[in-house]
Design a binder for this molecule. Structure first.
Ligand SMILES: Cc1ncc(COP(=O)(O)O)c(C=O)c1O
Length: 448
């Protein structure tokens, strides 16, 4: 048989890795200065463990900030990604691809909503959801001959992403201020303050946006009373109730969506997802009820990459694994164990103010700065994160076992003890008389 001339000859990949020192030097010199990183270089992972360039294993309770729900190199995900990479990574949204429709159907089933649009990230999903709410308001106003309503209500302490629209509904001033003016018409409501919500909600509002559990804000669950009132007001004023479940959704709470805690009669009109959706590949989506989704007609919204065959096949596999391996039950069981262990630690370390969250989205609210704890954890081969300076955030993979929880709690205890000692030492050095008169209770010294 004649050799095929259309296939490239086998060559070794040019994407070779440099030494860890070179990697860090190049990153420091050539990347924009947007992330603060430790000098460790992670090269690969297996299950719940991530490995650095020296081959040291870390127990990962951060999971790429809620992305790697199946851990690393899950054999079924690897198989699907390899298979699709050998077929077509991209086709374009001008055509059907084999997986987008089935994936949309599954997301509709999981969410209780009707129609899906695929994006490439969480922020982009938020942009689309906001555009849909405005399009719906425009369509309604056009039909009735009036002016469209345009105001958007978001919550204090919220985080929805870094693009202009998503940033406009994100509360934290340090994220917003350097980029102002942002999209106009946004007003912030105090978290779980029903009276504040009622006072700001009227017929000029086209959308209210809520993370059912605020993630980046420090793992603050939304109360049932607040959610249900938001639902009532959105219905009353024909506005969209948008749930941002980019961090809390797709199984992390032990339910498909965190809002399912509020019952089947209290669904949002739109929900956004991203992070774990395609098992580590970039894919986001917003899912809407037929009522709101019908505001989009061909040409009104689009994306070159969103929902390509490779990412959709991976996402379909992820959702199927969650179902077939009964991972929601695992999330609930491990979540209960983890929380109980954290609450026990809180009785012994008086600088732990509160443990919050549900399933495998948990926050440990400290009365002191958390950065030292994250550093100490890294030293002890543990990956965690700190948000808003003093809230340790845990977002482990859905596949963790009881033994992983036990190991985590044992290591965390050592981290808390060490960091407590060094913080006390630093305080004694900085304020010798204050420390002497107040002892070493970090909670009393540093409570804010
Ligand atoms: C609740 C929430 N919304 C939106 C986003 C933005 O997602 P992305 O970083 O994929 O744009 C995030 C990311 O952390 C998030 O946690």
């Amino acid at each position: 048989m004649a050799p095929r001339t259309d296939m490239p000859k086998k060559k070794s990949s040019v994407a070779k890795r440099g030494s860890p020192a070179k990697i860090v030097a190049d990153s420091t010199r050539y990347l924009m200065n947007t992330y603060r990183r430790p000098s460790v270089v992670f090269t690969h992972g297996r299950g719940c463990r991530l490995y650095d360039s020296q081959g040291r294993a870390y127990l990962d309770f951060l999971a790429g900030i809620a992305v790697n729900a199946l851990g690393y190199a899950h054999p079924r995900m690897v198989r699907v990604i390899r298979r699709e990479a050998g077929r077509a990574t991209h086709i374009s949204n001008l055509f059907h691809n084999p997986y987008q429709g089935s994936l949309a159907r599954k997301l509709a089933e999981w969410s209780g909503l009707d129609r899906v649009f695929f994006s490439n990230s969480g922020a982009e999903a938020m942009e689309g959801a906001l555009k849909l709410a405005r399009a719906y308001a425009h369509a309604k106003a056009g039909a009735g001959g009036g002016a469209p309503k345009t105001r958007i209500l978001a919550l204090e302490n919220s985080f929805h992403g870094r693009t202009f629209g998503a940033l406009s509904i994100t509360y934290t001033p340090k994220y917003r201020a350097p980029f102002e003016p942002l999209v106009p018409g946004v007003e912030f409501v105090r978290v779980n303050d029903v009276a504040d919500l009622e006072s700001k909600f009227d017929a000029s509002v086209c959308a209210v946006v809520i993370e059912p559990i605020q993630g980046e804000g420090g793992i603050f669950p939304i109360s049932e009373a607040f959610w249900k009132r938001a639902r009532e007001l959105a219905t009353k004023y024909d506005a969209a109730l948008i749930a941002d479940e980019i961090q809390s959704g797709l199984g992390r709470t032990g339910r498909y969506f965190a809002y399912q805690r509020f019952g089947e009669d209290s669904l949002p009109d739109v929900v956004t997802v991203a992070k774990p959706l395609a098992g580590g590949l970039p894919l986001g989506a917003f899912i809407a009820s037929e009522q709101f989704a019908s505001a989009f007609t061909p040409g009104m919204h689009g994306s070159t990459f969103g929902g390509g065959p490779l990412v959709c096949a991976a996402a379909l596999e992820f959702l199927t694994i969650v179902e077939e391996d009964e991972l929601l039950a695992n999330v609930r069981a491990r979540g209960i164990e983890l929380r109980a262990g954290l609450e026990e630690l809180a009785t012994r370390f008086d600088f732990i103010r509160e443990v919050r969250g549900e399933g495998l989205i948990l926050g440990i609210d400290l009365a002191i700065e958390g950065a030292a704890f994250v550093q100490e954890a890294l030293q002890r081969s543990l990956l965690i994160n700190c948000t808003h300076d003093h809230i340790l955030r845990l977002l482990p993979p859905f596949i963790i076992r009881r033994a992983d929880v036990t190991e985590f709690l044992r290591k965390l205890e050592a981290v808390l003890a060490t960091a407590q000692k060094s913080a006390a030492k630093a305080r004694t050095a900085a304020h010798p008389t204050h420390a002497a008169s107040h002892g070493t209770s970090l909670a009393s010294a540093a409570a804010r």
